[in-house]
Design a protein around this ligand. Structure first.
Ligand SMILES: [Zn+2]
Length: 311
């Protein structure tokens, strides 16, 4: 079997943007809630990944897929190809007590929440149709997975496709134990699915912001707090203690600048202002010159990312 790299789970772009905005401006209570909601979801997915592992010789695990099929987008938190089946996992990091009544979900307070089983059914149906259109007829087993040990569902229907935190490890162990070696057929399905994966481009939770309005400086790679310069060569985060080489931090800041301002040109002056704590404009110019391509002349001169293939 040829080598095959399965995509890794990345921090969702929207979460990354909110994290940066949270450090550089004061988010409204609603935006903060959205930020924590996305962060919690991502933490839940990472918890699931830790249990299932990244690779196994009997399971093909593909995290975080986004498809568009017949004008409908749907997302799959984790998809596993095993034996003659495909597993679809919808991962939830909810906590606290909930209850189930007449096909509806409620918080203990009586407030009704979106029934996640309906969302699961929808994704399952769309995935089945997508697979059929690609020529695959494998059965799909879809599960809702609650990864948080502090979640409880009263009156949970016994036959519902739900895996609760205490059951998860067993479930995965059984799945691994009953699976056979990955075949070229499995890899083929994975490749086909991955070729249909799309990147998220619509963000629902990002508030409006301008360059002028955001705090300038360099954010910490770990906790996103604004860092302090230790010397010409290194920076430190006072909050989490991380130290970073200045050049690496500047390159990361340029990426963040591009993420937050995709339409703004990258110039030495702009990046110098963005990074703020780097006093030497010369250093910014050198880093840009070495890592980016200069385009245009005079006032319209700006940098663009080097094409990785020709680097
Ligand atoms: Zn930090």
């Amino acid at each position: 079997m040829e080598g095959f790299i399965i995509k890794i789970r990345k921090e969702p772009t929207e979460l990354k943007m909110l994290k940066l905005l949270n450090s550089r401006t004061s988010l409204s209570a609603k935006d903060k809630n959205n930020y924590h909601y996305l962060e919690k979801g991502f933490d839940g997915e990472k918890k699931f990944d830790a249990v299932i592992g990244n690779s196994s010789d009997c399971l093909l695990i593909i995290p975080d897929l986004l498809f568009e099929y017949q004008n409908t987008t749907f997302q799959i938190d984790s998809l596993v190809i095993a034996k003659e089946e495909i597993y679809l996992f919808e991962i939830k990091n909810n906590e606290r007590d909930h209850y189930f009544k007449d096909d509806n979900w409620y918080l203990l307070s009586g407030k009704e929440i979106k029934n996640p089983l309906l969302q699961l059914k929808r994704s399952e149906s769309l995935l089945r149709r997508l697979l059929q259109s690609l020529g695959f007829q494998l059965p799909i087993k879809a599960y809702l997975v609650f990864v948080n040990p502090h979640f409880f569902l009263y009156q949970a229907p016994m036959k519902a496709p739900i895996i609760f935190h205490p059951q998860l490890k067993h479930f995965i162990d059984d799945l691994k134990a009953t699976s056979l070696k990955i075949t070229d057929g499995h890899v083929n399905i994975a490749k086909k699915l991955l070729s249909h994966h799309i990147e998220e481009t619509t963000f629902h939770y990002i508030p409006e912001y301008t360059f002028e309005q955001l705090k300038k400086g360099i954010t910490c790679v770990k906790c996103a707090s604004l860092m302090k310069a230790l010397s010409l060569q290194s920076l430190a985060c006072e909050k989490c203690g991380i130290k970073e080489d200045t050049e690496t931090a500047i390159l990361r800041s340029i990426d963040e600048f591009q993420l937050l301002f995709p339409d703004r040109k990258i110039t030495t002056t702009g990046i110098h202002e963005w990074c703020e704590i780097i006093h030497s404009k010369k250093m910014i110019r050198r880093i840009l010159f070495e890592n980016y391509t200069l385009q245009g002349y005079g006032r319209s001169a700006h940098y663009v990312r080097k094409n990785k293939n020709t680097q």
